[in-house]
Design a protein around this ligand. Structure first.
Ligand code: FES
Ligand SMILES: [Fe+2]
Length: 355
């Protein structure tokens, strides 16, 4: 095959499955989605960025900083100073509501404009503007927008928080994969039994997409690693390839929300933010007694999710992304999912405005 034929391959199309096996040997490394999709992606847990802190993150192939001013305003920006390129994450400091560069001491406001320089009589240079990034705090997570324009064209739809949920219990991991592959798991019904011991699968609400959002609800029996079965209902809410919440209902009114958020750092390396929030007991009298049990319950759930994620990780880290998978009738709606996912890549023009 000529190199141009490989390059011409649509980066993430789902072609006729009947051609799948025949073309398997021809597939090369371009047979995968571009590494840095557009959308909202996690850059930390909210409570790990305290007032006055500057944190450096690898994000979509470069360094960014996330910091909080003294009044608590959360900011995200490119890591390098527009004056002469110093890295704010190496010696920069937050001074009240501005950030100060460690090199020549220029100070910048949260709008990115240079507020002052230490030079006598010199006005702040208007061209010296920090590369500010759109940032949100959403369900205990710091989300940063990555897109062709600085202004986001859509927002994450956070589920309501009526104060009835326990604080996030969380973990951060690192994998080698891609957000599209990780999110695809939610609609890959065929792997639930073999990989996750989830039988009796049934769809409650079929997959529905609306611009950058994807929703689906299903039930399954989860066979616990030691003994016993949990009958669960899984309500999946996906907003782009970087944010999703799964609300899991179990018998006796047990309810928890789980987040598995992935952020490309460099190439195929991704940060994985894993978090669980357990529904509090609704009776006031029982609440105090139930709190330790709910914390323990959250830890158990987090551990189980980590175990299941480890099983997926084995697949993700060693699998190959196939543009033209040989889909079977028992598979989940993977083709629809992949067509929906196309909107998050450079060059997409689907009218959804999902960039
Ligand atoms: S490089 Fe930042 S003030 Fe000079
Ligand atoms: Fe999975």
């Amino acid at each position: 095959m000529r190199p141009s034929e490989l390059i011409d391959t649509p980066p993430h199309s789902v072609a006729d499955p009947s051609h799948g096996l025949g073309r398997l040997a021809e597939r090369g490394p371009v047979d995968s989605p571009p590494p840095y999709p557009y959308g909202w992606f996690a850059a930390g847990f909210s409570d790990e960025i305290r007032a006055g802190d500057i944190t450096t993150r690898q994000f979509m192939g470069r360094d960014i900083i996330v910091y909080r001013t003294e009044s608590g305003e959360l900011c995200a920006a490119e890591a390098y100073c527009p004056h002469l390129g110093a890295h704010f994450g190496h010696g920069g400091r937050v001074c009240g509501e501005v950030i100060e560069c460690p090199f020549h001491g220029f100070r910048f406001g949260s709008d990115g404009a240079c507020a002052s320089t230490p030079y006598e009589g010199g006005a702040p240079p208007p061209a010296a503007r920090m590369g500010m990034l759109a940032v949100r705090e959403c369900f205990g997570m710091v989300l940063v927008y990555h897109g062709p324009e600085a202004t986001p064209s859509w927002e994450v739809e956070t589920p309501t928080d009526d104060g009835g949920w326990r604080p996030l219990q969380k973990r951060k991991l690192k994998f080698r994969s891609h957000p599209q592959e990780v999110t695809e798991n939610a609609v890959d019904y065929g792997h639930f039994d073999g990989v996750h011991n989830m039988g009796n699968f049934g769809v409650v609400k079929p997959l529905a997409v609306d611009g950058p959002r994807l929703r689906v609800t299903y039930t399954a029996d989860y066979r616990l690693p030691i003994k016993g079965v949990w009958k669960g209902e899984f309500d999946i809410r996906v907003d782009g390839l970087g944010f999703s919440i799964v609300e899991v209902s179990l018998p006796f009114g047990w309810l928890f929300r789980q987040l598995v958020l992935t952020t490309p750092t460099q190439g195929r390396e991704i940060d994985v933010y894993l978090a669980v929030s357990v529904r509090r007991t609704r009776t006031r009298i029982l609440a105090a007694i139930a709190a330790p049990a709910e914390r323990l319950w959250g830890q158990i759930v987090l551990r189980l999710i980590e175990i299941e994620l480890g099983r997926d990780q084995r697949m993700w880290e060693h699998k190959k992304y196939l543009n033209s998978p040989a889909l079977a009738s028992g598979d989940g709606p993977i083709g629809r999912y992949r067509r929906w996912a196309r909107q998050f890549y450079p060059g997409a023009d689907n009218g959804n405005g999902a960039h």
